[in-house]
Design a protein around this ligand. Structure first.
Ligand code: NDP
Length: 294
């Protein structure tokens, strides 16, 4: 059996197209232009690239974006003051503080300072709390986890009643994706570095989400035949034949798992493109909510 590929690049492109139409309509019918503010502290090259990509995508769909850059030695008060200023700005519907912040800053306090209504990254503790509680809804779901669910929806996989196993329990991926799967009525098992016998636990999964950051850890004999496998991992492995001297691989041993799984995301081109698509979607949602259209 060869798994069907889940083409995150194509799915993200369709979402972007839908959002472009929605943004044009919001402007035409309501005079609203969704606005995203990015906050970058310091000069981490990866963070600079991520922010640049996010702003480029915003421009493509017609979202107005404003980039704020603070020096690496910015104080806690400076960062929080900027966040408060953006909270009060009616042209801004989403605030994205690019993580990680330099070590001297209190990340939790900064995330706490973001208005719940503008928390388009979905990392505010109250949004995460709502995600975890029965009968409550987060105003925004974190982007990468929401992207995983969106992929399942777009390929038509029923989540309700399924056995879902999530490898990883981080605040940004493992934990929130587990909570989203639970909200959608999956039976969820969360694994981490202290879990015993991962292959046996993973083999129970109808839906397996790998978010550990360990190159090609999930092998073919960890996967139930026909399972849907979502690979969130992005790992660099040395490859002298590659132009940059390395290539990107996921947490799943793609070549062998594709012979067992029913559906599989490639890396790159699977979950990765969905993260920004969900950020754009959250920003549009924030703008609609601010205008009383939701
Ligand atoms: P973290 O390092 O924050 O979390 C990793 C999790 O995996 C932890 O819960 C850890 O367990 C668990 N873990 C680590 N090693 C093992 C192991 N050997 N066996 C079982 N569990 C293990 O990573 P993130 O969640 O931030 O990211 C995970 C991966 O996803 C990374 O490759 C990252 O690059 C990628 N990523 C991709 C995104 C995208 O857009 N596609 C966005 C964000 C991340 P414990 O809690 O016990 O330490």
């Amino acid at each position: 059996m060869t798994a069907k590929m889940i083409d995150g690049t194509a799915i993200a492109a369709s979402i972007q197209e839908e959002l472009t139409a929605e943004v044009a309509q919001l402007k035409e019918q309501h005079g609203i232009v969704p606005g995203l503010a990015t906050v970058l502290v310091g000069e981490n090259p990866a963070s600079q690239t991520y922010v640049k990509m996010k702003r480029k995508r915003c421009a493509e769909v017609g979202i107005h974006s404003v980039g704020h850059e603070l020096p690496a030695d910015a104080t806690q008060e400076q960062v929080e003051a900027l966040v408060r200023e953006l909270n009060a700005d009616p042209a801004i519907h989403g605030i994205l503080v690019q993580l990680p912040l330099p070590g001297h800053l209190d990340e939790e306090a900064v995330l706490n300072a973001i208005s719940l209504n503008k928390d388009v990254d979905g990392f505010h503790p109250v949004n995460i709390g709502r995600l975890a509680m029965k009968g409550r809804e987060a105003l925004f779901a974190p982007c990468t986890p929401a992207g995983c669910i969106e992929l399942l929806d777009r390929i038509g996989v029923e989540i309700r009643g399924k056995e879902a196993v999530v490898l990883g329990r981080s605040n940004i991926v493992g934990l929130p994706v587990s909570m989203l799967l639970l909200k959608r009525d999956a039976t969820v098992t969360i694994c981490h570095s202290r879990s015993k016998d991962l292959p046996a636990i993973c083999r129970r999964a109808d839906i397996l989400v790998a978010a550990v950051g360990r190159a090609e850890m999930v092998k073919a004999d960890w996967v139930q035949p026909g399972a849907v496998v979502i690979d969130v991992g992005i790992n660099r492995v040395d490859d002298p034949a590659a132009k940059r001297g390395y290539r990107l691989v996921g947490d799943v041993a793609f070549e062998e798992v594709k012979e067992v799984a029913g559906w599989l995301t490639p890396v790159p081109g699977g979950v990765g493109p969905m993260t920004i698509a969900m950020l754009l979607q959250n920003t549009v949602k924030g703008a609609k909510r601010a205008a009383g259209l939701l």
